[in-house]
Design a binder for this molecule. Structure first.
Ligand code: HEM
Length: 525
């Protein structure tokens, strides 16, 4: 009897084995199909090595070894991109592989102009898909007609009249910041103070709530969650296997953690939006007094949120989910980037006492010794040297070190076609170090940004806020915030950085983040 069953059992076993193999093959095919192999045509024409994947593995293994001694995987990713870019400094572009996916890295102004200056190639790169569970289709990640109409709708929120309203909150929070760092221990990290300041500013201006992160430490929980999300995103970006949602969210601890924190952050923002919606619905006189975007921005105390809620309540053009996407986007874009910009600028000012002396001189002249008045738009216009210092800090340490686009209209680089479907990464950090544009690029020299020295420079050689149609909508907001804070600090204090630049490790964590504490001693002038 058993003998008779054996062939059947063998047949079943083979069938099962065959079925499993076929299933795995199917999964592999599905995975490979979603990889942009169309782009490999460009990769083949551009890479120097016959076996680019072997090169990729080789470079990674050696860099992993190095990063064991100098930091985490994020430092490793920074090193990898810098290493690849440094292998072709003059060409200004290199084709590299993240896993098996070819990416075109650009870091020369004329190449960057072809991407940022093109009004057709405005779709964000496929890697931004990783942001979707968190930011949905907010302004940063959306494209096509959705992006166009949202950009048009939200632009009035950053009109200079509205910025004046925002300046009140910035001055109030900057005063608190100056009081607090006056009591800080000399070798205490400056970053948490700056982060609390930018979070308070963005909560008040974007969400219309007084978070009191500086005074009471509230909001730290939100801040830590956003940091964890950024960290997990970069880790995921560097690991192509985890790009498959099914695997990442179901079979990895990182994916599960990411999902949980994102849900908590969403709950927080939804709660804030619903509270304001209830307030507005309960006061129809306020709602009625606001009939268009301009009025929302100038009449309301919570202009950004109200602009969208009025649209939601009056026209139903925006759902609460749409508003949440934008609030999450602006909360993230509006605080982490500015924190890094300010922290690096304070670090550079504390390192270069000659630059600081000039800043003191300019500020004393403009404010005529008054160290307690609010900083206004009129003052800001006169602070030319301060602007040059901020720009030079952004050149060396751009808060956003790279930005990616998906090619939707073919263009040529060095006479080679860049096909539709290619992901192009503009490596802003490396672009800012081009010695032909910025001689002795590693030296800190604000004079590079004097009117005379900037006159003939290609505008795409310095793009901390990106450029073209998809540039940073919050650029003026960020510069205003940075200038106001720096004035409040420098009117009162002499600052001194306790660590040289080469003692501070840097990691790419969506933003360019210091990995070691930024120790700045502060004393009254
Ligand atoms: C120093 C501070 C800042 C820097 C360096 C910075 C830099 C950038 C860069 C490089 C981009 C383009 C990103 C890409 O193409 O992937 C961008 C986009 C954006 N930024 Fe900023 N940003 C800063 C502050 C802000 C602030 C304060 C806000 C809002 C309050 C903001 C809101 C946005 C938004 C919404 C986008 C997407 C715009 C679009 O695609 O239409 N940013 N920013």
């Amino acid at each position: 009897m058993i003998w008779m069953c054996l062939p059947l059992l063998r047949f079943l076993a083979f069938s099962l084995f065959g079925f499993i193999v076929a299933f795995i093959l199917l999964l592999v095919v599905v995975y490979l199909r979603q990889l942009p192999f169309r782009r490999s045509a460009l990769a083949r024409s551009c890479v120097r090595d016959p076996f680019p994947l072997l090169r990729y593995i080789g470079v990674h293994l050696s860099l992993l070894e190095i990063s064991k001694h100098c930091g985490s995987y994020d430092t490793h990713l920074t090193n990898f991109l810098l290493f690849e870019a440094s292998s072709r400094p003059a060409e200004g572009w290199v084709m590299l592989f993240i896993g098996v996916v070819p990416e075109l890295l650009l870091y020369r102004a004329d190449h960057v102009e072809k991407v940022f200056g093109n009004s057709k190639n405005i779709r964000k790169g496929p890697s931004y898909r990783l942001l979707d569970p968190w930011l949905g289709e907010g302004l940063l990640t959306s494209y096509g007609s959705k992006w166009k109409s949202r950009r048009k709708f939200l632009t009035p929120a950053f009109h200079f009249k509205v910025l004046d309203t925002f300046a009140d909150a910035m001055n109030r929070q900057a005063k608190i910041f100056a009081d607090q760092i006056g009591r800080k221990k000399p070798d205490e990290d400056m970053l948490p103070y700056v982060e609390a300041f930018t979070l308070d500013v963005v909560c008040e201006t974007i969400m219309g709530i007084d978070m009191k992160c500086q005074l009471e430490g509230s909001g730290r929980d939100y801040l830590n969650k956003v940091k964890r999300i950024s960290h997990q995103l970069v880790k995921r970006f560097a690991d192509p296997l985890s790009w498959i949602d099914f695997i990442y969210f179901n079979f990895t601890g990182d994916g599960r953690e990411f999902k949980k924190i994102v849900e908590e952050v969403h709950d927080f923002t939804t709660q804030v939006i619903n509270e304001r919606k209830r307030e507005l619905s309960a006061t129809p006189e306020i709602l009625e007094s606001i009939s268009n975007a301009e009025e929302a921005m100038t009449k309301s105390k919570k202009p950004f949120l109200d602009l969208m809620l009025v649209e939601h309540l009056k026209t139903q053009n925006l759902s609460i989910e749409d508003i949440r996407e934008e609030v999450d986007t602006f909360m993230f874009e509006g605080h982490d980037t500015t924190s890094m910009g300010l922290t690096w600028t304070l670090h550079f000012i504390g390192l270069h006492q000659d630059v600081q002396a000039k800043l003191h001189e300019e500020i004393d002249r403009v404010f005529q010794g008054n160290s307690t008045c609010d900083v206004t738009a009129e003052h800001i216009k006169e602070l030319k040297y301060l602007e040059m210092v901020i720009k030079e800090s952004q050149r060396l340490c751009p808060s956003v070190p790279f930005a990616a686009r998906l090619v939707t209209e073919e263009f040529r680089i060095d006479d080679k076609p860049v096909p539709i479907g290619t992901e192009v990464i503009v490596f802003i950090r490396k672009l800012h170090e081009d010695p032909k544009v910025f001689p002795k690029p590693h030296e800190f020299d604000p004079q590079r940004f004097s009117a005379e020295n900037s006159r003939n420079r290609n505008p795409y050689a310095f793009v901390p806020f990106s450029a073209g149609p998809r540039n940073c909508i919050g650029q003026k907001f960020a510069l205003l915030e940075e200038k106001i804070l720096l004035v409040w600090v420098l009117r009162k204090f002499q600052i001194k950085s306790l660590d040289y630049r080469d003692q501070i490790l840097v990691k790419i964590d969506i933003v360019l983040r210091p990995q070691s504490p930024i120790r700045i001693a502060v004393k009254n002038r």
